[in-house]
Design a protein. Sequence first.
Lengths: 369, 369
Amino acid sequence: MTSPQQTLIVDLGDRSYPIYIGSGLLQQSALLGQHITGKQVMVVTNSTIAPLYLQTVLDGLKGLKIEGFQVDSLVLEDGEKHKHLDTVNLIFDHLLRQRHNRTTTLIALGGGVIGDMTGYAAAAYQRGVNFIQMPTTLLSQVDSSVGGKTGVNHPLGKNMIGAFHQPQCVVIDTESLKTLPPRELSAGLAEVIKYGLIAQPDLFVWLEQNIEQLRQLAPQFISQAIYQSCECKARIVAADEREQGVRALLNFGHTFGHAIETEMGYGNWLHGEAVGAGMAMAADLSYRLGWLTKLDVQRIQDLLTASGLPLWGPEQMHAITYLQHMQVDKKVTDGTIRLILLQHLGEAVVTSDFGHELLQQTLQQCSDI
Amino acid sequence: MTSPQQTLIVDLGDRSYPIYIGSGLLQQSALLGQHITGKQVMVVTNSTIAPLYLQTVLDGLKGLKIEGFQVDSLVLEDGEKHKHLDTVNLIFDHLLRQRHNRTTTLIALGGGVIGDMTGYAAAAYQRGVNFIQMPTTLLSQVDSSVGGKTGVNHPLGKNMIGAFHQPQCVVIDTESLKTLPPRELSAGLAEVIKYGLIAQPDLFVWLEQNIEQLRQLAPQFISQAIYQSCECKARIVAADEREQGVRALLNFGHTFGHAIETEMGYGNWLHGEAVGAGMAMAADLSYRLGWLTKLDVQRIQDLLTASGLPLWGPEQMHAITYLQHMQVDKKVTDGTIRLILLQHLGEAVVTSDFGHELLQQTLQQCSDI
């Protein structure tokens, strides 16, 4: 028994692919079968997700009855702190030991870390093989599994090594959220709020009204939030696959957030938590520029709080620390920090035209509280 | 004073780029200037090439007079045994420490190993930055610097990790061959011979007539050999950038050759030497299939010998060892070994239709001699 399934298409010409959203999709192997072209599959997951869902996915794959079908799996340690080249190398090792060839398909079963690493392994293995995203966290369902950004962290910067590599499809089973810790649910909501803030004022208002239902995983509300988020992201990615322009708006809150994650060590702050705090900072700076009203900022802060997200960065982080990390952000061009800021609720711009002093004030405000 | 310069275009739509071939081009910074769009450059080279040519290239870059221009360099250890992920990570480290952003340009100054690693670093750094190839060995000038294949080795297989990433341009200074050891010159000639064998029978005949002039680096002959090789490769790459079809022909001799390199440890046999032996094996199998005449095989062996190349693999390698390595070659699809074989001198095909027994005979022949 599954609830109605929704399908979205990410429109990227010959790299277009569907996103399937619904309840119980992890059991529906036929969905996967449509997107597996070779005779080898490797499911990559982590030690938290494996006991919950790996067997379900493997059983589904075995049910596909492809002649001479080889299905392997690899269970990695869980956590952002493992998102580095050495872990990706474990995927390469396993692929080579099990003799996977160019026609293999990797399946990323897990959250954003698994998706990013598996996607990057797929981009690089034999210079590129197919992969499928099966995101199991809200954050990865609404953000990282869509759009083809893959990669790993480096001690000196987040997501500094990677590739643009689009999946064959994305399978989002909303049932998997039932096993997600509340803190991670909140982290995922940060990205949903982001879509409202940068491009969909209606979504922002809807979130203000329904945040409690979302935190309680009311099925229709969760499905709608995921669908609207993926639709927003798919539209932006289709317009700018390789982040030459408008796609940068998706990084709203992320430049501040990456500084927090880098300083605190990956995984101590969840990505969504850091982005939540980063969005509050970006809103504060937008207010100082006279773009947002005090009320706008208050509404943003209220929604973040109602979502269970922090409003500011870690106490021990000072302005100078933020600036140091922000200088190596990928959005820095020729030494100039570029930020995504809000001209209105629901409308973001990329700008380097904010005045260093106002940025300082925002950063000091964050570290004072 | 430079001799006339030739320019070839690799036609890949919006990823098209020029190959400049001439004497003294390392000094001609204006050539580079046309292809540097940002304000940061990092020259990556090795400990053999650095004392010979790095300062020349750095001086040229400094002469470009780009406002706020940042020029860094990184000297890696020389040799195929360093062509792995850990060395690429040294490039990432240096780029991050020197705060290179998305608009940086990497310049690969050296042979195929430097080109493959620098190109791969460029493909992966911040999900892709620009790079320029300045190949200094014959092998890299006629083969690896053209076509956008980048990557590194894995203990379980050669070039198993990588990306297709096209350079902004390729600058081939024929003067740099004067410092190339004769053994490496021979290794480069293996790839020139390959173009003759797979697609240009006239080139094969020309090589038979002029191999001595080439080994003595007679300028007009060397330029012509490089130009014809690049032209052949550019044409094949333009027809099939991502190796879905005809590009596989460029791997003539390479499946056997990779087996030798993997078994012997990278760098003990030069790539071109292994390919030379591999071409002799592929010719032998083509003869057993009735496609080549005994005379054809003799001519190939004579040209390889005249080029200073080995005719067979290492004595200690037996048929079973070849087969084990060949099973994990990238050209293996669904467990079937595919080889590039010659239907005639100057005409190659990809085939899995050669009969296991004939392959065994060829491999046994190799290990018996």
